[in-house]
Design a protein around this ligand. Structure first.
Ligand code: BG6
Length: 481
């Protein structure tokens, strides 16, 4: 379904994000006929170059599926201008000239820039009088570095744009399988009655990557895994698993429920660091059979930044009292895998007493990527005459087998959601700030609690201490494969 026509200004248009993600996403939506012809894209960045040169460079990332005709038509919608994004100068006039002056036309400002300049760029947009009633601003995570910087950024952006016009991207919320979490939970009757501390033993959320810090070392070495991944992606997943049913899928209804979960997250104290937090940094190792250097060699300086974190989180409310949420994320892990495991309580009494096979608890495995799907692990009788032997097998919904449709990349979905004004897929100011408050406490706890930084070999599941976090409590990480 086409969206309404829009104008979009991309600040930081020569950067990685704009070239790798935003422009290809727009192009794909164009090819699918979702973007009306009278839409305009104004790419703005510091460098001086012509629109032709810009498009030439930008086409590098759409090459694979660059249908020449479609690219030419898409290119006609694009203007490039050099700009001093938080100052003045002629670039602003070019932007103004390129924009439609219809005040009712949706106008998007996408800041593909470091968060430290979000405030100044918004101020400049305001100063140059470009903020119309139909304007929206799109910000990338991370919003700040901690609670205070996030608050400052939110204040500065909020001085120019109304909260209902601010779209803070967490691209995990645009993933097909993440959206399915809402449907799984709230369009099925089966789960809700046991979706609480009576039915669930614990929850595991893993986001493992095989990539290293690579070219983003400059940023990553100031952030680390907790700021880069946990504060946003993992906490958002936790919220979607743990929140109460919202009254509707309206932006504020969903976000208010997520906020309540964030408020209920117990702040981790230094004295709990030992049993709640594990940090690690990868050393050299093997990824897919190839040798890769350790983090320190990769960034070219000594560093105490964590590339792996495992956290035992607690949600202090009626639904989740006593149910741990184990979060784990890392770079240069054995496999790329994002997965949520909901482990149910064991049966209250074992009447089977099988000769072979141990009763295992039901587990719901929600595989976010790759090999998207949902599995419900069940005990069944091993068929045949051999007595009551047990097998633990999945009821298996694999997306690849069940659905033919190709689904759009998270950025494609999110950009179209901004045009449509669907705030449910974006983070509200209070969510971001409360998430930072919890994250700041984690970082403080491991500093004050003197949490060691363990080394793990690249291509493994992280430091062994990550497993201890669970085994100490008689549990283990479950591999949904
Ligand atoms: C980003 C992080 O937000 O998410 C990156 O900054 C990380 O460090 C990426 O690699 C992971 O996203 P995805 O979609 O590949 O799981």
């Amino acid at each position: 379904v086409p969206v309404e026509a829009f104008d979009m200004v991309i600040f930081g248009a020569t950067g990685d994000l704009a070239r790798r993600k935003i422009l290809p996403a727009l192009f794909h939506r164009w090819c699918d006929g979702q973007i009306p012809e009278n839409s305009r894209i104004i790419a703005a960045a510091r460098e001086d170059m012509s629109t032709g040169e810009y498009l030439e460079r930008a086409s590098e990332f759409v090459n694979g599926d660059k249908k020449a005709k479609a690219w030419a038509a898409f290119s006609d919608r694009v203007t490039y201008t050099a700009i001093d994004a938080h100052g003045d100068g002629p670039g602003w006039q070019t932007v103004r000239d390129a924009l439609d002056d219809d005040p009712a036309k949706v106008r998007l400002f996408y800041l593909a820039l470091p968060p430290s300049v979000y405030g100044p760029v918004c101020t400049a947009i305001g100063r140059h009088g470009l903020n119309t009633k139909a304007s929206r601003i799109v910000l990338e995570k991370p919003i700040g570095h901690d609670f205070h910087s996030a608050r400052q950024i939110n204040e500065a952006v909020g001085a120019v744009f109304d909260e209902s016009a601010i779209f803070r991207i967490d691209h995990y919320l645009g993933k097909e399988t993440v959206q399915n979490l809402l449907v799984l939970r709230f369009a099925n009757m089966l789960l809700e009655p046991v979706w609480n501390a009576n039915g669930i033993d614990h929850v595991q959320i893993t986001v493992a990557e095989t990539l290293g810090a690579g070219e983003r070392a400059e940023y990553y070495d100031r952030a680390g895994a907790v700021r880069d991944m946990v504060q946003n992606h993992l906490l958002q997943l936790l919220c979607l698993v743990a929140m109460e049913p919202p009254v509707s899928l309206d932006g504020d209804a969903v976000r208010t429920e997520k906020l309540k979960v964030l408020h209920a997250l117990r702040l981790i104290r230094a004295e709990d660091a030992g049993k709640c937090l594990v940090r690690g940094q990868y050393g050299a190792g093997l990824i897919d059979g190839s040798k890769v250097p350790g983090y320190v060699e990769e960034v070219g300086r000594s560093s105490k930044i964590e590339t792996f974190a495992a956290i035992r989180a607690s949600i202090d409310n009626w639904r989740w009292a006593g149910v741990p949420f184990y979060l784990r994320t890392g770079k240069r892990m054995a496999t790329r895998r994002s997965e949520i495991i909901v482990q149910f309580k064991p049966v209250p009494h074992d009447i089977i007493r099988a000769d072979a096979g141990v009763l295992q608890p039901n587990r719901l495995v929600i595989r976010l990527q790759p090999d998207e799907g949902v599995k419900l692990m069940m005990m069944t009788k091993d068929p045949g005459p051999g007595g009551m032997r047990l097998r633990y097998v999945p009821l298996n919904l694999s997306y690849a087998d069940a659905f033919e449709a190709d689904y759009p990349d998270a950025y494609e979905r999110l950009l179209m959601a901004v045009v449509r004004g669907n705030l449910a897929l974006f983070m509200r100011r209070d969510e971001v700030e409360v998430a930072w408050r919890w994250t700041d406490a984690v970082i403080r706890a491991w500093q004050d609690g003197a949490c060691p930084l363990h080394t793990y070999a690249a291509g493994t599941d992280g430091p062994s201490q990550g497993s201890l976090l669970l085994s100490r409590e008689g549990r283990e990480w479950f591999d949904g494969d």
